[in-house]
Design a protein around this ligand. Structure first.
Ligand SMILES: Nc1ncnc2c1ncn2[C@@H]1O[C@H](COP(=O)(O)OP(=O)(O)O)[C@@H](O)[C@H]1O
Ligand SMILES: [Mg+2]
Length: 235
């Protein structure tokens, strides 16, 4: 085993299966991946190859059957419940294919929600002015300063994904995990979203992006291919 302390995020010999009635589906069968701080890693693989499963395990949204995930060399399996929540909310920023925004809330509130998660009522009250300022600034950077009072259903797909990216960045995460963030967008809009990620990467953001789009993967610094439950190639 390599020294995991050198990496911001890594996983070691990850296995994950799903039991579906009498059959067992072995999705991940020994995945090893080390991500250095500041890297932009793309994970490619066919639909159903386990990309989302791997990303969820990386972000502690799911747990592996076997193997370990390490954040700055610390095993997530040893984190207390509170520490896991903090990892999920503050260290990781998640961007999903279908945005996962709440239509009941405005764009600004959706972004602010990331900050409210895990904060006490008093803590939130004290922090809220600063949080609103940061949320507005992020939305401004995403070109959405004229959309803060809109609700997600009033926005285009590309605009929704920009809101989701702003939400992911709200807590200044150490790592952004993006699951096919352009998968639901036309190619031109998808290129715009990809430019946002490239800019974040230039600013030093660590990014792990899952995609089955070869064109998009080509923009990443390192591409990893997932097939038959394992990393089959890296280039
Ligand atoms: N909760 C689950 N229960 C059963 N099977 C699942 C579950 N989640 C994913 N799968 C199956 O695991 C395989 C990998 O899924 P996924 O990680 O979503 O692949 P990808 O993101 O690469 O398309 C798929 O065949 C999928 O149907
Ligand atoms: Mg998926």
């Amino acid at each position: 085993m390599t020294n995991k302390n050198n990496y911001i995020l890594s996983c070691n010999d990850i296995y994950k299966s799903y039991q579906m009635g009498a059959t067992r589906l072995d999705v991940l069968r020994g995945v090893n991946l080390d991500v250095s701080r500041g890297e932009f890693v793309a994970v490619r693989g066919a639909s159903g190859s386990g990309k989302s499963t791997l990303l969820h395990i990386f972000g502690a949204l799911d747990t592996p059957d076997k193997g370990g995930v390490f954040f700055e060399g610390q095993s997530l399996a040893r984190f207390s419940g509170g520490k896991i929540n903090e990892f999920r909310n503050k260290k990781i920023g998640f961007v999903f294919q279908f945005y996962h925004l709440l239509d009941e809330l405005t764009v600004l509130e959706n972004v602010l929600l990331a900050k409210m998660a895990g904060a006490s009522a008093l803590g939130w009250f004290v922090a809220s002015d600063a949080a609103k300022k940061r949320a507005r600034q992020l939305l401004d950077e995403m070109g959405l300063s004229q959309r803060v009072r809109h609700r997600p259903f009033q926005l285009s797909g590309g605009e929704r994904q920009r809101v989701a990216i702003a939400r992911a960045l709200m807590n200044e995460p150490d790592i952004v995990l993006a699951d096919e963030p352009t998968g639901n967008l036309d190619s031109q809009t998808g290129s715009g979203i990809l430019k946002v990620f490239e800019k974040l990467h230039r600013q030093g953001q660590t990014i792990v992006m899952v995609t089955h789009d070869e064109r998009i993967a080509a923009k990443a610094q390192r591409v990893i291919k997932l097939a038959d439950g394992r990393i089959s190639a890296a280039y």
